[in-house]
Design a binder for this molecule. Structure first.
Ligand code: FEO
Length: 169
């Protein structure tokens, strides 16, 4: 059973994951509007991944007899200056999410809530991948600069991303 503090913190994280989905959907719309279909597709896959994160956390809370009171989802930013601006935002956002997950782990450990602590380790590992993926794209975009053929090649590459729901949990 969760403490009141743990329940509220998990509910806030569910909200943060759905906000992430909303933010990435907004980026999808921006990237589609500047005809970068591959990057827009990548962002739609990222949106699905965030919805999965939110539902994974939501289901865990309910499975343990907790209750989630859903909050409103804040309006995400809608405009960016360039694809580099978009992916820099993804990277800084993911760093922020890593901090939120670390805070949750701290609460679970303070409260000796071992089940939640173990559950959250999946998110810790996931955040390593989330940060690595987004910072990798930022570095590629920095190298590409104003080279249109490089941008086209990266767009093609990111267009091949698929999202499959992880089955081994
Ligand atoms: Fe749910 Fe991108 O972390």
């Amino acid at each position: 059973m969760f403490s009141e503090k743990m329940t509220k913190a998990m509910a806030d994280q569910v909200n943060a994951e759905f906000y992430s989905a909303y933010l990435y959907l907004s980026m999808n719309s921006y990237l589609a509007s500047i005809n970068l279909a591959g990057m827009a597709h990548w962002m739609k896959m990222q949106t699905q991944e965030e919805l999965f994160h939110g539902m994974k956390m939501y289901d865990f809370v309910l499975e343990r007899g907790g209750r989630i009171i859903l909050d409103g989802i804040a309006q995400p930013r809608g405009e960016w200056d360039s694809p580099l601006d978009v992916f820099e935002h993804v990277y800084t956002h993911e760093q922020k999410v890593t901090g939120l997950i670390n805070d949750l782990v701290n609460i679970a450990q303070d409260e000796r809530d071992h089940a939640t602590n173990i559950f959250l380790q999946w998110f810790i590992t996931e955040q390593i991948e989330e940060e690595a993926n987004s910072s990798g794209i930022v570095h590629k975009l920095q190298l590409i600069g104003n080279d249109a053929s490089g941008l086209f090649a990266l767009d093609q590459d990111l267009g091949s991303r698929i999202f499959t729901v992880p089955t081994t949990e």
